[in-house]
Design a protein. Structure first.
Length: 649
């Protein structure tokens, strides 16, 4: 293959019903990288998409009263959905994959079957811990304070028939890959993976589920659905046509040059993904780069915490390019970054308004004021005054490239702004307004302004991956033809014709009054927030006294036939005869673990029939709604020393 190709991916995103700036961070970085590679002349495949299967999707769809497919369709394609956000942030992805796409389903089923046929997948029984929110299995030793080490939420015991991938078979090869190559960066992620997951003993991976149905069915055993991470990870090859007829460019682009992923899913991409590829005897991606999180008030942005940043509001007020620039200039890509409105406005004022915007505005305004729309051909250089600026401009592209090739976006941008800062200083050193007073100095004045225009041209070329719309405006203002705005031309000085038409436009980035803007932004944020819920309707003590709560001992408990949810309780409530109550808590408890427990029952609730059985009351549980819309339920249990039949007051 003679042509230059580059394949970059972001993880396929879980469809959230409240997208925030943290969702866009990785994709904006990948977009800047894709645009940079296109600028260099590469044919770029830039893949993004959505991960749409799993138990939590099924639960949220049920809570919303829609099918899982309707639920994900709305979030992906609906107003302010994933596709809308990518359009807003000017994402130039080549391809968008959804794990509900027919061709992806076909590929996943074929991959699963191949691994099963060759003995890398086998049937067994899963017993362990499972985090529904992260769709992740954990061992006891991996839990942190008994909770999921990724999201900090409670895990639940899981036991079900399942298929397993022989991940342990590939432990040594994966360890060697991580330790002895640059496959995973930043390097700090390697130690975390090896020390926390591989060296303690890499267990075989549960790769199917039977406790829910929203997933890709195992073709030869359809009561099983494929584990969501096997489903999701294979998207990177399926989107190129692997084991499907939708596309035909696997040979052109695989292996991927880089997967950009958030640090919370590095484990899946740096351990499970290479092991799957090893089992399939396929080439490994060149690199997995685990970036940090955007933090707000010291914590990861989260809808449940209410600490999210609305990209629509910020883009409307400051422009998409300013937001894109801030995200990749303010924070080192491999580390966490603390987002604040003060930092955003400060960066806009300092870098974009004072430095870049001021340079473009002053230069084009002076050309128009002193010479009209074009500079004269007669110009007078002064090596003593011009040499440092010209040398810095000539060397900028190589310095910038050295940073970009290591995904150091922050440093690449810093290199460009060194030249912009030097050009602004050059204005003060040469004082064009003084040169303009003498006719004899006009050739020198023309050269000073030309040098500034060249600095603007070269800077704008290298800023294009980050701020494409702004740079297009800059090229129009300085009259730069397309051939003077290429990667090759960024390393060459003097390509702007002296008679290029200069047209001062509106200020690219007006300066913002910080104190005033913060107040207005706070008001705008409140206005955009959902309306507060109405105050609850209170009951009186007389209303409360009508409800009879008593302590009850569980004498017997069994599952109700043909029901996945109902348990049939036989209770001692201190009455003459045991009481029967049905409760829909089977997904949270097994019957045998409840016998002998002391619970709380409401005993004066009107009887009702369920599955042909009469329920005489209701058991009391504590219920909490999780961020994804699902509920966590805990049956209220008392000290077993408390006798049956006691009323609660």
């Amino acid at each position: 293959m003679n042509r230059k190709t580059f394949y970059i991916t972001t993880p396929i995103y879980y469809p959230s019903d409240k997208l925030h700036i943290g969702h866009a961070y990785c994709t904006v970085a990948a977009d800047a990288m894709a645009r940079y590679k296109r600028l260099q002349g590469y044919e770029v495949m830039f893949l993004t998409g959505t991960d749409e299967h799993g138990q939590k999707i099924e639960q949220k769809a049920k809570a919303a009263g829609v099918t899982p497919q309707q639920y994900v369709d709305n979030i992906v394609k609906g107003p302010r959905g994933v596709l809308d956000l990518w359009k807003l942030m000017n994402i130039s992805n080549t391809r968008f994959i959804r794990t509900t796409d027919d061709y992806h389903v076909e590929s996943v089923q074929k991959i699963f079957k191949q691994l099963y046929d060759q003995g890398d997948i086998y049937k067994g029984k899963y017993v362990g811990k499972y985090c529904t929110d992260c769709e992740a299995f954990w061992t006891e030793t991996q839990l942190v304070d008994g909770k999921c080490p990724d999201c900090g939420r409670a895990v639940r015991d899981a036991e079900e028939e399942a298929y397993f991938f022989r991940l342990s078979k590939y432990a040594d090869r994966v360890r060697d890959l991580l330790v002895n190559t640059d496959f995973l960066e930043p390097r700090s992620r390697v130690n975390e993976m090896v020390n926390n997951f591989i060296d303690p003993g890499l267990e075989d991976l549960c790769v199917s589920r039977t406790s829910f149905t929203w997933g890709i069915p195992v073709s030869f055993d359809p009561k099983h659905v494929v584990y969501v991470w096997v489903d999701a990870l294979t998207n990177y090859i399926n989107a190129l046509g692997y084991e499907n007829a939708k596309y035909d460019d696997y040979d052109d682009f695989w292996p991927a040059d880089v997967h950009f992923v958030g640090k919370e899913i590095v484990r899946f991409h740096s351990i499970i993904w290479p092991a799957l590829l090893m089992a399939l005897d396929l080439p490994l991606p060149q690199k997995v780069y685990g970036h940090g999180w955007l933090l707000l008030d010291g914590g990861k942005m989260s809808k449940s915490k209410g600490n999210v940043v609305d990209p629509y509001l910020l883009s409307e007020r400051y422009g998409v390019d300013a937001l894109r620039y801030f995200l990749l200039r303010e924070f080192p890509f491999g580390a966490d970054g603390n987002f604040s409105n003060e930092a955003l406005i400060g960066r806009i004022n300092t870098d974009l308004a004072n430095d870049l915007g001021n340079l473009v505005s002053r230069t084009t305004a002076m050309v128009g004021k002193y010479f009209g729309p074009t500079l004269p051909g007669e110009q007078e250089a002064d090596p003593a005054l011009d040499g440092e600026l010209e040398a810095m401009a000539r060397g900028l592209r190589d310095a910038y490239e050295g940073q970009m090739e290591h995904y150091a976006f922050q440093n690449g941008l810093a290199e460009v702004f060194k030249l912009i800062g030097r050009a602004n200083k050059y204005i003060d050193e040469n004082k064009p307004w003084v040169l303009a007073r003498e006719e004899a100095q006009r050739p020198r004045l023309a050269r000073v302004l030309y040098n500034l225009l060249e600095c603007v041209r070269i800077s704008a070329i290298l800023l294009t991956p980050f701020m494409p719309e702004t740079c297009a405006k800059i090229f129009a203002q300085i009259g730069a033809a397309p051939e003077a705005c290429t990667w090759d031309s960024a390393a060459r000085w003097g390509l702007l014709p002296p008679d290029a038409p200069i047209a001062k436009g509106e200020n690219l980035f007006p300066r913002i009054d910080l104190e005033k803007e913060l107040k207005e932004l706070e008001e705008a944020t409140k206005a955009a927030a959902p309306a507060e819920e109405t105050a609850p309707e209170y009951i009186t003590i007389d209303d409360f006294s009508k409800v009879r709560f008593v302590t009850a001992k569980v004498l017997a408990c069994e599952a109700v036939k043909k029901s996945k949810k109902l348990l049939r309780f036989t209770l001692d409530c201190g009455e003459a005869a045991p009481r029967q109550i049905l409760s829909g808590i089977h997904e949270y408890y097994e019957p045998e673990e409840l016998v002998g427990k002391t619970v709380v029952a409401c005993t004066n609730l009107a009887p009702r029939k369920m599955m042909g059985l009469e329920s005489n009351g209701m058991l009391i549980s504590a219920v909490k709604e999780e961020p994804d819309g699902s509920e966590k339920l805990h049956l209220l249990m008392l000290d077993d020393q408390v006798p049956a039949g006691y009323g609660l007051c």
